[in-house]
Design a protein around this ligand. Structure first.
Ligand SMILES: Nc1ncnc2c1ncn2[C@@H]1O[C@H](COP(=O)(O)OP(=O)(O)OP(=O)(O)O)[C@@H](O)[C@H]1O
Ligand SMILES: [Mg+2]
Length: 233
């Protein structure tokens, strides 16, 4: 359906139980993520950005409410099925990078492809192509522990994009890179958006990122601030 949001959340809640404390990390969040656009989730530290991304990316179950993907509710789907959807549709850039430090840039980038029905030779070619796009051709066979912070971040970006996902979920993607590399990363996203109608959902308070977003959603204490979007779509 035209104009159907690619993802929608309906009255979403996430409550964490830590020791004796209850944290309402996401409170009654109903939002629409437009397809083929860039949405930025902003808000201060602890406002629930990473939690909302984890819910949207089907990495964790909500305490209440629903995540609707392409018009279908994901409530009640098994972990196996959710994993299949994640592998097929999503690419992730996490706030903590989760790279394997003793493996090379190439090996880290290939990993998501190994879960797919693709030969090792084709997977290697695909991974090298995306590493080249991120100016890492000289670092393909370096182990991640031998890379600079910015280079490691670019391996994270490569790993997220290597499966040609339709939705990229990126948590603070500019956290470990300088403004020049952020600019290049954003240019790459714009190209992918135009070529493959990539939908991008980022959490960030970086003005460079907020500036290029088509839609901005601001969180405060786990809820959408004012319940309104600051940029129309
Ligand atoms: N596993 C957990 N157990 C208990 N509380 C948690 C857990 N994960 C997050 N929280 C709490 O939920 C709230 C939201 O955390 P979240 O990581 O989503 O915030 P954030 O906006 O991404 O912050 P930052 O900008 O610092 O990354 C915080 O108060 C945090 O302490
Ligand atoms: Mg966070």
């Amino acid at each position: 359906m035209k104009d159907q949001p690619i993802i929608e959340t309906r009255k979403l809640w996430k409550i964490y139980y830590a020791e004796t404390q209850e944290v309402e990390a996401i409170r009654d969040v109903s939002i629409k993520i437009p397809s083929g656009k860039t949405t930025c989730i902003a808000g201060p530290s602890g406002s629930g950005k990473s939690t909302l991304l984890a819910l949207i990316g089907l990495l964790t179950y909500p305490s209440e409410g629903q995540v609707v993907l392409e018009g279908e509710s994901t409530s009640g789907l098994s972990e196996i099925f959710l994993t299949k959807i994640r592998r097929k549709k999503f690419g992730f850039i996490f706030q903590s990078q989760y790279l394997l430090p003793h493996y090379t840039s190439l090996e880290n980038t290939i990993l998501p492809l190994l879960a797919q029905d693709i030969s090792y030779k084709d997977a290697t070619q695909q991974a090298i192509a995306v590493l080249e796009k991120l100016e890492l051709e000289e670092r393909v066979n370096f182990r991640v522990r031998q890379l600079s912070g910015g280079e490691a971040q670019r391996v994270c970006i490569a790993r997220a994009l290597v499966t040609n996902p339709s939705i990229l979920v990126a948590d603070e993607p500019s956290a470990h890179i300088d403004s020049r590399l952020t600019e290049e990363f954003l240019q790459l996203l714009l190209t992918l958006k135009e070529e493959h109608q990539l939908t991008v959902i980022m959490a960030s308070h970086d003005p460079q990122i907020i500036k290029i977003a088509d839609k901005e959603i601001e969180l405060k204490d786990g809820a959408v601030k004012n319940g309104l979007f600051s940029k129309a779509t």
